[in-house]
Ligand binder design. Structure first.
Ligand code: UDX
Length: 453
């Protein structure tokens, strides 16, 4: 099937690369000239496991190409995905301007569409409030005369695992008002639903317990749009909940690691997303929780629980900071080593990353900062330059009064803590992710301070 993907960010690229890999003919449309030039030269503009290899392979095989021209993408494509950004503004309202711009470009492009290419299905994959597809349908209808169909098809991929999550989804959600759309989407996703592809590298391996056919939730567009927001809001709620339990554990002398394990073994609760720490960041949870809260409010409903989830998450990183301040008072003149800048391991993304907030505050207190990250140094340097950045994590420990682990990269778990202890001036390790081995570290007369234990 011929498919256009408008917007080559995380979602657009993962969708393009995976659908091309399953045999479809994909044309990615990107208006950012830097990003486009990288893609045209076969270079992936973001760091994401397996993506570069699969991008190169599918470009060479002639199934994947990129253009800056929307009409080139829309001329013959049976499906046109919109995967542009939907940021929130300061009042938590979603900014639909990129989607509106994309729809207007699609409208313009459909005027010169090949008449033999059939009725296009325009699919909204960007995360949007319920009712947005209907609004965009109206906007497109007002601008084109020819027929078109529309669908809402939210994605659930995690950064760092974008290809894996796209190849092995827990479910596929399709919102549409027309049977034809469900048929087209079934055909498009047949390879994923039936898993009839070889999970050989560079594709990530299929998990042993992966069930197929993959469940497909067919529903109306407003429900599909809500499924995406509700999923992210629920996962964010789990994190803020466990962080609050961790804070109470600190007061009563309980251990959050054991508590999370104890409750997670209840199959009704489940063990995932119960890792306490300094809170969630990234491009989705902070934005989507706020957007859902604002959207509910705009319809006259106050989403009290979600407000608390957002507030707990905002405070959590400052609680951690307060611990550092208390232990190292005064911070002025102290040297602090920061392990991890990305909002989570496996990505170079620093959007809403706790490390950046922490570093800003610590710098304001007069601390000297030395930081490292396996992938995110370049991005962090652009945003925050008052820090010395090192590729070598041991350099971060040199003369440090304390080390602060902010992102739990596997690379940091295997560090030689004996060597680190020898390089440090002080002896305190703050573990913002509760992921270091306490026994190993405390056996070296270092002091480990985590969250909720
Ligand atoms: C998330 C959703 O998981 C994904 O389905 C959606 O499409 C986009 O948003 P992502 O932001 O890439 O994906 O990362 P995720 O792995 O979900 O983690 C989000 C944040 O929560 C990270 O900052 C992570 O460190 C934090 N987190 C996660 C915790 O603090 N504790 C946990 O137990 C799990």
């Amino acid at each position: 099937m011929k498919v256009a993907v408008i917007g080559c960010g995380y979602v657009g690229l993962a969708t393009s690369v995976v659908l091309a890999d399953l045999g479809h003919e994909i044309i990615g449309v990107e208006i950012d000239p830097d990003k486009l030039s990288k893609l045209e030269n076969g270079r992936c503009p973001i760091y994401e496991a397996s993506m570069q290899e699969m991008l190169s392979g599918n470009i060479s095989a002639g199934r994947l190409s990129f253009t800056g021209e929307c009409n080139e993408g829309c001329r013959d494509s049976g499906v046109i995905f919109l995967t542009v950004g939907t940021p929130t503004n300061e009042t938590w309202q979603i900014d639909l301007s990129q989607l509106e711009g994309a729809i207007d470009s699609v409208a313009e492009s459909l005027k010169s569409r090949n008449p033999d290419a059939g009725v296009p299905v325009v699919v909204i994959k960007s995360t949007v409030p319920s009712g947005t597809m209907d609004y965009l349908h109206e906007r497109l209808s007002a601008r084109v005369t020819g027929p078109f169909l529309m669908a809402s098809n939210p994605e659930f991929l995690r950064e760092g695992q974008a290809i894996y999550d796209t190849l092995y989804p827990d479910r596929i959600v399709i919102g549409a008002d027309d049977e034809t759309v469900f048929k087209v989407m079934d055909e498009l996703y047949a390879g994923l639903i039936q898993q009839d592809f070889d999970p050989e590298p560079p594709r990530p391996a299929r998990p042993d317990n992966f069930h197929h056919p993959v469940p497909v939730v067919r529903t109306k567009p407003r429900s599909a749009e809500m499924i995406k927001y509700a999923s992210n809001a629920f996962l964010a709620t789990k994190i803020s909940f466990i962080n609050e339990i961790a804070n109470v554990c600190e007061e009563v002398g309980a251990d959050i690691g054991d508590v999370a394990r104890g409750i997670g073994l209840d199959t009704r609760i489940g063990s995932q997303f119960l890792r306490a720490g300094i809170g969630f960041g990234g491009s989705c949870f902070p934005k989507d929780t706020k957007a859902l809260h604002q959207h509910a409010g705009s319809r006259g409903y106050t989403f009290t629980l979600l407000n608390a989830v957002i507030e707990v998450n905002r405070i959590q990183r400052y609680r951690f900071l307060a611990k550092i301040r208390r232990k190292l008072d005064p911070l002025s003149g102290k040297t602090l080593g920061i392990l991890g800048l990305a909002f989570k391991p496996g990505t170079d993304d620093i959007r809403e990353a706790p490390a950046i907030d922490l570093m800003r505050e610590l710098k304001r207190d007069g601390a000297r900062l030395r930081a490292t990250d396996p992938k995110a140094i370049a991005n962090a340097r652009d945003l925050f330059s008052s820090c010395e950045y090192f590729d070598d994590p041991y350099e971060v420990a040199r003369d440090a009064d304390a080390i602060i682990l902010v992102t739990e990269w596997p690379e940091f778990m295997d560090l030689d803590w004996n060597k680190i202890a020898g390089l440090m001036k002080g002896n305190i390790i703050f573990d913002g992710r509760n992921s270091l081995d306490r026994d190993k570290i405390e056996a070296l007369s270092l002091r480990l301070i985590g969250v909720g234990r």
